[in-house]
Design a protein around this ligand. Structure first.
Ligand code: CP
Length: 345
């Protein structure tokens, strides 16, 4: 029996683990930095592990002792409601201790670098650092410089792996599969780490992805990621099993590439009228925060096709899975290093 399966079975009373996927692959990464570097088997392992944790958070007592004695720090250099809270809830459901650092009230304001901050957090014997940063590559840089596990909670325009994982988890839960699904991502693709992580994850799992945005908000050569590209929102909706609607990231519009808000809503907003061009049961997703009346109407956001709040709930299970997997890999790496006589890891 693999260590992973043993651990799951020890900690979960009813482990609904996808045994086939556990046999295929073991998680060996200390960090989760993005979906680009993950194999299909690793993605499936996270999703099947999250299924077990979804069962845990549906129980009356929603807590397991899996990460008892571990400490998780949320280090956020950008605002967040969902991701930071979801990581905190996930860590607490796993019985870890959690510390939240807001850079507004930390020594980052006095000029401390990310690496120095990370090394000081690690000196406090922290096991996992969840980091959100406005620079692409920041999470990877931190991971190279600390022994603690690092989980990327969004780095610049680059990746937001746990958001994409919870989006994919929700799709699979609702539609029963990912292979062969048509998923359209509509909105500010150019500045979106959520779009990039979704594209990596969905295409590896066999979905057909279409991205749709005004031409200035479509990155050059995005077709090379294996997606179709259109600026015709009705065409993007026509065959889609799901549409993932993205926020216009006005705070990142340094090149004045954005259409005005009303103009965007008129041409690209997801409305009840536009959904008449889609399949009746199309799933409407959004990573949040929603800008009602800009990229999506209230009728659609709150309507029968919307799974937006279910995505938020699923984020807890997915983040429990990621915390569990990186913690376990970290323990194994540390124990191997001890066996080899290394000073520490
Ligand atoms: N989806 C998402 O990342 O939301 P927050 O910015 O609130 O974390």
């Amino acid at each position: 029996m693999s260590l992973l399966k043993e651990e799951l079975e020890r900690n979960l009373n009813k482990p609904e683990v996808d045994k086939a996927s556990l046999r295929k692959v073991a998680w060996v990464r200390k960090d989760l930095l993005g979906l680009q570097e993950l194999s299909r088997e690793e993605l499936e392992l996270i999703l099947s592990t999250a299924e077990s944790f979804k069962e845990v958070i549906s129980r009356e007592i929603k807590k397991v002792p899996t990460l008892r004695g571990k400490t998780v720090v949320n280090l956020f250099y950008e605002p967040s409601t969902r991701t930071r809270t979801s990581f905190e809830v996930a860590a607490k459901r796993l019985s870890a201790d959690v510390i939240n650092i807001s850079t507004d009230s930390s020594s980052v304001r006095k000029g401390e670098t990310l690496i120095d901050t990370g090394k000081n957090i690690e000196a406090l014997k922290v096991d996992i650092i969840v980091v959100r940063h406005n620079y692409s590559g920041a999470a990877a840089m931190l991971a190279r410089n600390v022994h603690a596990s690092v989980i990327n909670a969004g780095d610049g325009w680059h990746e937001h792996p746990t958001q994409a994982l919870l989006d994919i988890f929700t799709l699979k839960e609702k539609l029963g599969r990912i292979e062969g699904l048509n998923v359209s991502i509509v909105g500010d693709i150019a500045h979106s780490r959520v779009a990039r992580s979704n594209i990596w994850g969905l295409t590896k799992l066999g979905a057909h992805v279409t991205v749709c945005a005004p031409p200035l908000l479509i990155p050059v050569s995005i077709e090379e990621m294996g997606v179709k590209v259109t600026s015709d929102v009705e065409a993007a909706l026509k065959e889609a099993d799901a549409v993932n609607v993205l926020r216009m990231q006005f705070e990142r519009d340094t090149e004045n590439a954005f259409p005005r808000q009303l103009e965007y809503f008129k041409n690209f907003g997801i409305t009840v009228d536009r959904l008449k061009h889609a399949k009746k049961n199309i799933l409407v997703m959004h990573p949040g925060p929603i800008n009602r009346g800009i990229e999506i109407s209230s009728e659609v956001a709150d309507g029968p096709n919307s799974v937006i709040l279910e995505q938020v709930t699923n984020g807890i299970a997915v983040r429990m899975a990621v915390l569990f997997l990186v913690a376990q890999a970290h323990d194994q790496l540390r124990s191997k290093a001890r066996t080899r006589g290394a000073k520490k890891i």
